[in-house]
Design a protein around this ligand. Structure first.
Ligand code: B12
Ligand code: SF4
Length: 512
């Protein structure tokens, strides 16, 4: 079978599609991976759709992977391909897994859950000419009818699965003018300098704004983490490093990396230092699982950045989010990281704003926590996005905060800094600006004392003193921002990489 896998995302990490491609190749199928890197706010031109469709015309099946924020892109791509070819289209990924019926309005088939076994099974049945519409893990559209097959449990043993397909002799990328065969230079341009990998699947928690619970498809629904063995994980990273000499770091992007026992992390760290040796970023550190032993081992191996979810410090909001983390534990872990600040520079903490159920007092509690954390640090300020398959979306629907049409939610920016794309559900502009103020100052190593923050959040008393303090802090933050811009411009000009001139959008928000 000739199978093309389309990736619409702005980056070309495409971990899901790369593992599927490798699995299909193992079964003897002829697979092309086609990247059309695009922001989810840009549309495809007819010339682009003509070129992509022309490439796909000789294929037997096209697969497309999508998260919810790429719904519009996926609809446009699928409709464009359908108008120009007769190739059946399969959707897979998070969105079709949680919204299969809606997906089948645009695709001929939808894969629910992990496709490592389902997709090769479908392709093998199609090739053998047997009834492929009975493939477990897939739903199919037949006229007005939907064929709902049973779900398939996700693979237990991740080490039995192939590594992501990094053999770019069968990969293609839209280069702005035409689809081009991937080569090392194009990999460098599009993949850029950070190799993104995941060591685990699943998550031990059940946050109500996350679709993980809905993703426990084909299981008893209980939280469970599946972990890769160190041989396979290190093997993948060594291979990536050899293939892509331009890599400058590795990012472990999974939510549960820190759930490995200390002994495993120590083994990983030792082998990573000896066999891979690139700076390391660990995303998704949960304060429950971070220990000094793990940090020490990873710092020795090159850990330079940790991304940790805080989301809120308000007990009311944490209960709403189903998160058990305590603010004191977060402060403790932040101080643990500070012990290694000669190597782990600038941790980044995730915070969720724009929550319609939060009151100003909840946000104030989070601000008061942030000023207890050692500087420097960065913040990722997210706008609460009610993705399908989450408990919070159900609650918002019950309470009439979200209508039956979910499309505006799909299009909503998950970043607080982009305004005007969806109606804001909250109006805490002053307090939100304080988060940006904390971010700009903390990133530059400037701590706001707790007393000062207490004054800033107290809107009733000390009116003049508060205004004066705010004026001075904003002034300082502006000056630091201008300095940062100048430094970036200098670095970009020196390295000839003008893309780096772009400012993080948080700064735009602060400066406007
Ligand atoms: C790695 C990761 C990223 C990486 C890389 C993403 C990528 N394109 O590869 C980065 C950092 C870029 C990223 C960014 C974002 N992510 Co992200 N990410 C993840 C994470 C942690 C792991 C994804 C992964 O690689 N899983 C392992 C692979 C093997 O699984 P998979 O991709 O799901 O693919 C399997 C199946 O879905 C299926 N499948 C997938 N595609 C296809 C296609 C076909 C044809 C078929 C048949 C089957 C199929 O088979 C695959 C193999 O089993 C998940 C959490 C999770 N548990 O999935 C969140 C997750 C996917 N991200 C999420 C979000 C919201 C985002 C962001 C939008 C926001 C944010 N704050 O992070 C951004 C924006 C991305 C963008 N480009 O616009 C949400 C998606 C929610 C939703 N409803 O869409 C998730 C589920 C996190 C969460 N807990 O809510 N992410
Ligand atoms: S938000 Fe993170 S910690 Fe919470 S359930 Fe989702 S993946 Fe797990």
């Amino acid at each position: 079978m000739k199978i093309a896998l389309l990736s619409p995302y702005v980056n070309i990490f495409a971990i899901g599609e790369r593992v599927l491609s490798a699995a299909l190749k193992q079964h003897g199928h002829d697979v092309h991976l086609v990247f059309i890197p695009r922001s989810n706010r840009q549309h495809y031109s007819s010339r682009e759709l003509d070129d992509v469709a022309c490439h796909l015309r000789s294929f037997d099946l096209v697969g497309l992977s999508l998260m919810t924020n790429y719904f519009d892109n996926s609809v446009q791509l699928s409709q464009g391909i359908r108008q120009r070819t007769n190739v059946p289209i399969a959707w897979g990924g998070i969105h079709p897994s949680v919204r299969p019926e809606e997906s089948l309005e645009y695709a001929d088939m939808a894969c629910l859950g992990e496709g490592d076994e389902s997709f090769p099974d479908l392709a093998n049945r199609m090739q053998a000419g047997t009834d492929w519409t009975r493939t477990p893990g897939f739903w199919f559209r037949r006229g007005d009818e939907i064929l709902r097959n049973p779900l398939r449990p996700p693979p237990e043993d991740l080490d039995a699965l192939p590594n992501p397909d990094m053999d770019w002799s069968t990969h293609f990328v839209w280069n702005g003018r035409k689809l081009q065969q991937m080569d090392l230079a194009l990999m460098q341009e599009h993949y850029r300098d950070t190799y993104v990998a995941i060591a685990t699947r699943g998550c031990p928690f059940t946050c109500t704004y996350c679709c993980h619970a809905a993703l426990r498809l084909g299981t008893d629904g209980s939280p469970k983490v599946r972990r890769r063995g160190m041989d396979r994980l290190i093997g993948e990273l060594v291979d990536a490093r050899q293939r892509m000499p331009f890599l400058k770091r590795v990012k472990l992007n999974d939510d549960a990396f820190f759930t490995y026992p200390e002994a495993d992390i120590e083994t990983f760290a030792r082998r990573y230092r000896d066999e891979v040796g690139l700076p390391l970023v660990a995303a998704g550190a949960n304060p429950h699982y971070v220990t000094r032993t793990k940090l020490a081992a990873l710092a020795d191996a090159g850990l330079e950045k940790v991304l940790m979810g805080i989301q809120s410090a308000s007990p009311r909001t944490l209960k709403l989010y189903g998160r058990a983390s305590s603010p004191d534990r977060i402060v403790e872990v932040a101080h643990l990281m500070k012990e290694f600040d000669d190597r782990i520079r600038m941790p980044r903490y995730d915070i969720i704003l724009d929550n319609p159920w939060e009151e100003e007092s909840d946000l104030v509690q989070t601000l008061m926590l942030l000023v207890r954390l050692p500087v420097p640090f960065e913040l990722s300020l997210f706008s609460l996005t009610l993705y399908p398959g989450t408990k919070l979306l159900e609650k918002a629907q019950r309470e009439g905060l979200v209508g039956a049409d979910l499309r505006p939610t799909y299009r909503k920016s998950y970043n607080v800094t982009l305004k005007g794309l969806a109606p804001k559900l909250t109006n805490h502009r002053y307090i939100e600006n304080l988060f940006v103020l904390v971010f700009v100052l903390a990133r530059n190593g400037v701590a706001i004392p707790e007393d000062t923050m207490r004054l800033l959040v107290d809107q009733k008393r000390h009116h003049l003193r508060r205004l004066w303090t705010l004026f001075r802090l904003r002034h300082k933050a502006r000056w630091l921002t201008v300095r940062e811009m100048a430094r970036r411009a200098w670095d970009a000009a020196a390295s000839g990489d003008y893309k780096r001139l772009r400012l993080p959008s948080t700064y735009d928000f602060f400066l406007d």
